[in-house]
Design a protein around this ligand. Structure first.
Ligand SMILES: [Zn+2]
Length: 104
């Protein structure tokens, strides 16, 4: 009985218990678009950040701020794929011992 006790893919060890996803065993989650490269990533795998944008040009905004004006900034939720989040230094690669939810 070859492969009778086969439980999952034993040839490849699991790097993270969660598989790099959040939210437990929820099944398939909806897809979101990466803010940087436009790739479709699962929402529980994507990295979520708040991006602040201003309607005023940044040089003009700086002048106005020096004069004491308050410029409203619009917050927008942006999702990054793991590759872009690492590339843009939003998240960092951690040591195996520092990772949360390690199984070893
Ligand atoms: Zn991306």
């Amino acid at each position: 009985m070859l492969g009778y006790y086969y439980d999952g893919d034993l040839s490849v060890p699991k790097k993270r218990k969660s598989g790099g996803r959040s939210g437990g065993k929820r099944g398939r989650s909806k897809l979101v678009q990466c803010h940087s490269c436009g790739q479709l990533v699962a929402q529980d795998k994507a990295k979520k950040f708040t991006v602040y944008t201003s309607a005023v040009d940044y040089r003009l905004a700086k002048e106005l701020r020096d004069e004491g004006a308050i410029i409203p900034r619009v917050s927008k939720i942006a999702y990054y794929c793991v590759s872009c989040a690492i590339h843009r230094h939003r998240i960092h690669i951690r040591k195996k011992t520092d990772r949360k939810g390690k199984e070893r």
